[in-house]
Design a protein around this ligand. Structure first.
Ligand SMILES: C[S@@+](CC[C@H](N)C(=O)[O-])C[C@H]1O[C@@H](n2cnc3c(N)ncnc32)[C@H](O)[C@@H]1O
Ligand code: SF4
Length: 333
């Protein structure tokens, strides 16, 4: 059965957060002032178990889910994550991927690939240590993320690199990043700084419009637009005219893409969010733990999706600016 929401959009893509914890404190995601020592992170028993996640995904497959992205917080800080990857990889034909800050990839990449991960997205906001430190706020060195990217590639995992661009902080590093990854086979994706959560002090003037980023690269290394890989793809794709590969831009602020959005997100404690800007999640954990059968879980999931009418990014305006919002580190990017 394919579930369609009120705007006719199918559910194809699940993003599952496996932890709300992280070894970084990126200023646009988990600012130290808020996620400091006194912040209450979820307890271990509040988290969905790997078995519960695998069951949920198996049920969601029945509603048309084709792709699962494991995220967080930082997913690789969850112990034995490769066990979850193995359980999900056992589900036939599922496109299984992971977003990570890369810090633990040098140790983890071989086990993740062996467990059946298909590909990986690594976040890296700068090649300069001082600038990267100002973004991750724990002085994490660039070289160790690059080592993580190399480890993933060596393990046979195709790599995308996510760079969130914040005006005045790392925008001068966009061209150097493009030049670093041109010709490597890794696809750089430039992401507009988004107004997710309510702790990062987001301001519109800190967003660098994706068109400006593409123009800056195109001026030096001519680009041409590519067709989307599939309907609803969030990244707009470009190829270098000289054949040195591809980049993507995710313009969720300047060109919202709610129209074809087929994603749902599950927080680490099992709450379903039908929009990144959702204010309220729906408790799936209770259902997974109260003896309900798979059919009941499927019916509940279908009913939640069928009620969905979210298109926050398209409506973004003064009237939505003050709504309470869930943090990115809680439901994953
Ligand atoms: C929340 S992180 C979780 C996975 C992992 N810790 C990582 O950083 O890749 C997922 C993605 O969301 C991006 N992100 C976080 N906050 C953002 C924001 N305010 N605007 C745009 N992207 C953001 C991150 O850069 C990362 O690529
Ligand atoms: S973006 Fe990822 S690495 Fe950075 S603080 Fe958020 S969860 Fe952690």
């Amino acid at each position: 059965m394919t579930a369609l929401d009120t705007l006719g959009r199918p559910l194809r893509d699940l993003r599952i957060s496996v932890t709300d914890r992280c070894n970084f404190r990126c200023v646009y995601c988990m600012p130290k002032e808020v996620f400091g020592r006194d912040y209450r992170f979820l307890d271990r028993r509040e988290l969905l178990s790997f078995e519960e996640i695998a069951r949920l995904v198996r049920v969601a497959r029945g509603l048309g889910v084709e792709k699962v992205r494991i995220t967080g917080g930082e997913p690789l800080v969850r112990r034995d994550l490769e066990r979850l990857v193995a359980q999900l990889a056992a589900l036939d034909g599922l496109d299984l991927t992971l977003t990570t800050n890369g810090a633990l990839l040098p140790q983890k990449a071989p086990a993740l690939a062996a467990a059946g991960l298909r590909r990986v997205t690594v976040s890296l906001d700068a090649l300069d240590d001082a600038v990267f430190g100002a973004m991750n706020d724990v002085d994490f060195p660039v070289a160790r993320v690059l080592a993580g990217i190399d480890a993933a590639a060596a393990a046979g995992l195709p790599v995308k690199v996510n760079m969130v661009v914040k005006r005045g902080v790392n925008d001068a590093g966009v061209l150097p990043m493009a030049e670093h990854f041109r010709g490597t086979g890794h696809i750089l994706r430039l992401i507009e700084y988004m107004d997710v959560g309510s702790t990062n002090g987001w301001r519109l003037d800190e967003v660098v419009p994706a068109d400006e980023l593409v123009a800056a690269i195109d001026a030096v290394h001519p680009l041409e637009a590519l067709e989307p890989n599939y309907p609803g793809e969030v990244a707009r794709r470009f190829r270098y005219r000289d054949g040195a590969g591809e980049i993507g831009v995710i313009a969720s602020v300047t060109r919202p893409f709610c129209g074809a959005c087929s994603r749902a997100r599950v927080s680490a404690e099992g709450r379903l969010y039908t929009c990144l800007f959702g204010t309220r999640g729906h408790d799936l954990r209770a259902l997974l733990r109260d003896g309900s059968g798979d059919e009941q879980v499927e019916a509940a999931l279908a009913a939640l999706w069928q009620r969905r009418d979210d298109r926050y990014s398209e409506l973004r305006s003064a009237s939505t600016a003050d709504l309470p919002r869930v943090e990115m580190s809680y439901i994953g990017g």
